[in-house]
Structure formats: structure tokens, C-alpha cells
Write a protein that binds this ligand. Structure first.
Ligand SMILES: O=C(CO)[C@@H](O)[C@H](O)COP(=O)(O)O
Length: 237
């Protein structure tokens, strides 16, 4: 496929993933953003900043250099969260698409600065453990480069906790909201939707049973690995 057509195909993918966010009820107004990393060409295609989803087109997508963040193509400003997306792509080579939403229940967990506990198999099918929430950022981090430092607190947390970004494709950013990723735009959208579902389920589960603890570890692993191509865990089916 010639380079121009290849880039057009990627822009369409990014547009469709962005349009899925309001359709799935994961964002309102112009909140949220989706990007795709084209590693072969060292570039990222990302949603334009502040554009109404109702009028957004594939040609509105902004193409930036993965290494420098320089705008390579596009007349609109890239998403205000660009530096967070870039930092995640630069730090974790297996991440190919990043999504940020303000989906209500996941954002409630993020604003509460609580990890989203794994309470059931719906969660376990997608995420291998509690969805971690970052620490609150320092005043300096907020004031110097909030978006870049958002990426840094996410990556530092995953590395410090030895969390594999393939086994945990979502995090909660304190005082902000969820960042989700995947090997494709489509997978990242699926992860963002599931995150919101389990965030809501967890809030009501904890309301009904405040003393509720995390799910059985074996069941968590069994469901996660069964859903991700490994039919046995600890050598048992
Ligand atoms: O996190 C935020 C604002 O808190 C962003 O997600 C905005 O809600 C969308 O910004 P753009 O992508 O349109 O620049």
C-alpha cells in the first residue's frame, strides 16, 4: 500500500475510535482522545484538540513525530494530552494505541485516588489485577508540564509496581481520569468500555457489601489467562 493511502487508513482508524467514545457514552462534549502509534514511520496520529465529535473528519487527525512531538501533518492543534500519549509510546514499545476518557465511574475511582479492585470475572477477563491509581502529582509536576508528568507518573507507577502494560492495559490518574491502551485502536476502545463497566459494578458492589474484598486469586488468573490464549494456569485447567 502506498504511504499516502496507508496514512489515510490510519487516520480513519483513529477517527472511528474517537467517534466510538461518545457513542459508547465514555465521553461528553469534546472530552477524551484517542491516538495510534505508527512505529514503522516513527509517528503518532491523534485527535485534534477541542473539536466537536459531530463534525470531526479523518483529515482533522493530527500527525506528529513520535520522537519530537513536532506536527508533521494537520492544520488543527493536537490533543492537549499529546505529551501523555507520546510518553507512554516512548516508554512501552508494546502499546500501539492510547485512549484517555472522563468516563464517569472510572473517573470517580481516579478522583477518589483508589485502585479499582478486581471483584469478579468481568474484570478478570480483561485486567490481571486491581486497576492501579497513580499518586497525586506534586505542585511542581502540575505547574511545569502537567501532561508530560502525567505520562511519567503512570510509567513510574507501572515500573515500580512491576506491572506488565500488556497484562494491565488501564490506569487511573489521580484527580484526572483513566488512561487505557491496547495493541490496536479497536482493542483500546474495548478496554475503555470494559473499564467503565467494571468501575460502575465495583462501586455498587462495595456499596452493597462495604467489607467486600478482592476476588479469589486463582479465579482471577484462570479467567485472565484463559481469555488471553493460555488455557491453563499453575498447570491446571
Ligand atoms: O483531560 C482533559 C481535560 O481535563 C482532556 O481529555 C480534554 O477533555 C480533551 O482535550 P483535547 O483532546 O480535546 O485537547
Amino acid at each position: 500500500m502506498d504511504p499516502v493511502n496507508h496514512l489515510d487508513v490510519l487516520k480513519e482508524k483513529v477517527l472511528n475510535a474517537n467517534l466510538a467514545l461518545p457513542k459508547l457514552g465514555l465521553v461528553k462534549l469534546t472530552w477524551g482522545n484517542v491516538s495510534l502509534c505508527d512505529r514503522e514511520n516513527n509517528r503518532v496520529i491523534i485527535k485534534p484538540s477541542g473539536v466537536d465529535y459531530a463534525v470531526m473528519t479523518a483529515q482533522d487527525m493530527v500527525v506528529v513525530d513520535l520522537s519530537t512531538g513536532e506536527v508533521l501533518e494537520g492544520v488543527k492543534k493536537p490533543s492537549s494530552d499529546l505529551q501523555t500519549h507520546l510518553h507512554l509510546y516512548r516508554t512501552f514499545s508494546k502499546i500501539n494505541s492510547v485512549i484517555h476518557t472522563h468516563s464517569k465511574f472510572a473517573t470517580i475511582w481516579a478522583q477518589s485516588e483508589k485502585d479499582l479492585p478486581a471483584l469478579g470475572t468481568t474484570h478478570a477477563d480483561y485486567f490481571l489485577g486491581n486497576i492501579p491509581c497513580t499518586r497525586r502529582m506534586t505542585e511542581i509536576e502540575v505547574k511545569t508540564d502537567y501532561e508530560l508528568n502525567t505520562g511519567k507518573v503512570i510509567s513510574e507507577m507501572l515500573i515500580e509496581k512491576n506491572i506488565d502494560p500488556i497484562e494491565m492495559q488501564a490506569v487511573l490518574v489521580a484527580a484526572h481520569g483513566p488512561f487505557v491502551w491496547g495493541e490496536s485502536c479497536e482493542k483500546a476502545v474495548e478496554n475503555a468500555l470494559v473499564l467503565e463497566e467494571i468501575a460502575e459494578m465495583a462501586i455498587y458492589s462495595k456499596m452493597l457489601t462495604p467489607t467486600l474484598g478482592g476476588m479469589d486469586e486463582y479465579l482471577l488468573h484462570k479467567h485472565y489467562f484463559r481469555k488471553h490464549g493460555q488455557f491453563s494456569y499453575y498447570g491446571q485447567n
